[in-house]
Design a protein around this ligand. Structure first.
Ligand code: ZN
Length: 575
């Protein structure tokens, strides 16, 4: 992949099907001395700017990573000089780079590069067992097997006896696609010292068989999964960087130019250092913002103090690295720090249903919310079920009552089907909803209980109320990361088996594109820099093989990126 942009030779540009590099000044006036020369210019296209008037223009010119002019051919001609690379779009469509508001690059990369056994797409227990058995046959005895992506929603879908039938000689953990629960075999439980007397950490559950009084292998929520994970091998620094870069390049190839990573632990493996090093070395093809996850108030307050108040380095601490990085590179730290991530539920917590349970006591949730809120940080909060949404709205409301603060943009992640009565509170409290219409496609058929319910991912209702929205694909939790699927599904609202979720909540492609560009940018306080193609903004844009606005709606999911540009550099070109 070429990331040199300006140094790219002419033949490289010509590889892009349907696009032509005009090279220097062909057909343009020579640039006048006082006008800055563009390094890159796109002409003769349909450039959907997503500016406030939804303008569509023909051309744009870029210099030093920024857009210096947009308009018609004449408007940009005076910026074109001998050194300018001019791409003739031949009518192709360009949009701002898409911004994914919710993803987890390290495990997404590990899912795609073979670190995990990928179970997504396997639709029967037999297929899952066979995939795990295949891995066991290739893995030295005693080594861990780590799998991701069980898609069935039943918490009793697998147990340790199932996994013991695959292998008793490898410790094994198979995590649900959402990452919220997992199943361990007997050897994994033994290695982790989990037995009949194990007390689950707060906010989690180690399920016990009521008759045999021993663990079933089911571990609910991150704290219980961590009992196992702390015994598992973790990627070293190079492997961590490889995973991040692998995922980032997959995104770049789909026209995603910025990602919000709102879940990873500060600590081993050093994913935050991986991010920093990739950005500093210029290898990271896309923009990144991070919202690291904090599992409880004790850790949250210690990290907060060390990071933002005392700056003291606790010896041998898991967070020492990021404190050092903040000291060494304050500018870079500020540019990628999004805020704090917390979670209200894991297994979704619904009003009137038995299954889910909160990750925190209400007082702890409120204490964490207040800690970050009063210090002017943004909080990204996982809340899937409607009761979880209401719990966090209570906490945000209480935090705001004590510390009124404008433009906090605290975000709820997921909000699968909030009570319609909660939407007005979301609006009043100034909360952003980071949502995923594409979930309806891949998971809608499994959400039996949500069919016929009103307000499942209620995009139109949010828009009508003026609630700010962002869209993310949530890989590796969600199997599909391509943003085109979200653009399509925001209108289609159809499941794999053809069930239509409440057509009244459909939105137009114009609205969906705006959410996945300016909306996602707003959710990360980036709307002044990215999200639209306007003068002075960073030059993040994508050339597509089709026009989202004019093709039949069911083809939107199949549109392909031809060229992805981040900060004026070409980070992906279709071969
Ligand atoms: Zn997620």
């Amino acid at each position: 992949m070429k990331t040199t942009g300006r140094k790219m030779n002419r033949r490289d540009f010509l590889k892009v099907s349907g696009l032509v590099t005009v090279g220097a000044i062909t057909g343009f006036r020579r640039v006048e001395a006082s006008i800055p020369t563009a390094e890159l210019a796109l002409t003769n296209g349909k450039i959907i700017t997503v500016d406030s008037r939804d303008s569509i223009v023909e051309a744009a010119a870029i210099r030093s990573g920024k857009i210096i002019v947009v308009g018609n051919r004449e408007a940009i001609s005076k910026y074109i000089g001998n050194e300018t690379k001019v791409i003739d779009l031949r009518g192709k469509t360009v949009t701002p780079g898409l911004i994914d508001s919710h993803a987890h690059l390290p495990p997404f990369g590990q899912r795609e590069n073979g670190w995990f056994v990928k179970l997504q797409g396997l639709n029967s227990k037999e297929e899952i067992m066979e995939a795990l058995a295949q891995k066991a046959r290739k893995t030295p005895k005693g080594d861990w097997i780590s799998a991701w992506g069980v898609e069935d929603l039943s918490l009793s879908y697998l147990d340790k006896d199932d996994l013991d039938r695959v292998t008793k000689e490898h410790p094994m953990l198979a995590v649900h696609t959402t990452g919220q629960w997992g199943f361990a075999n007997s050897l994994a439980l033994r290695r982790a010292g989990i037995g009949r007397d194990t007390m689950a950490p707060p906010g989690s559950k180690v399920e016990m068989n009521p008759f045999k009084k021993e663990p079933t292998g089911l571990l609910l929520h991150y704290p219980a999964l961590d009992l196992i994970r702390k015994h598992m091998p973790v990627p070293d620094d190079e492997q961590a960087k490889d995973a991040i870069l692998f995922a980032a390049n997959l995104y770049a190839a789909e026209g995603v130019t910025a990602v919000h990573d709102n879940f990873f632990m500060l600590g081993t493996p050093y994913f935050h250092r991986g991010y920093f090093e990739l950005i500093q070395s210029g290898k990271m093809p896309i923009r990144i913002k991070i919202w690291p996850y904090f599992p409880n108030f004790e850790i949250a307050s210690k990290v907060f103090k060390a990071l933002f108040e005392s700056g003291e380095l606790p010896p041998a601490s898991r967070i020492k690295e990021i404190i050092l990085l903040r000291k060494e590179s304050p500018g870079l730290f500020a540019s990628i720090w999004g805020g704090f991530k917390i979670a209200v539920d894991g297994v979704p917590l619904w009003h009137g249903r038995q299954q889910g349970f909160p990750m925190h006591k209400t007082e702890e949730l409120l204490a964490m919310m207040k800690l970050f809120h009063r210090a002017d940080h943004q909080v990204s909060i996982h809340a899937s079920g409607d009761q979880a949404v209401d719990l966090i709205l209570d906490a945000i409301e209480a935090a705001l009552r004590e510390y009124p603060r404008k433009d906090h943009r605290h975000r709820i992640e997921h909000a699968i089907s909030p009570r319609l009565s909660s939407l007005e509170r979301i609006r009043k409290l100034g909360v952003v909803v980071s949502t995923h219409p594409q979930f309806l496609f891949a998971w809608g058929d499994k959400w039996g209980g949500l069919k016929n319910r009103t307000g499942v991912i209620p995009l139109k209702s949010y828009i009508k109320r003026g609630i700010p929205l962002a869209i993310g694909a949530d890989p590796p939790a969600f199997p599909i990361y391509q943003p085109q699927v979200a653009l399509w599904e925001a209108g289609a609202r159809i499941t794999q088996k053809g069930y239509h979720f409440e057509p009244a909540e459909s939105i137009s492609i114009h609205e969906a594109l705006r959410i996945q560009t300016m909306g996602s940018a707003y959710s990360g306080f980036q709307e002044k820099e990215i999200g639209s193609i306007e003068k002075e903004k960073l030059a993040d844009m994508v050339v597509w093989n089709q026009d989202f606005y004019t093709i039949p709606k069911d083809q939107i999911k199949d549109v392909k990126a031809l060229l992805t540009i981040v900060g004026g550099k070409i980070v992906y070109e279709k071969q």
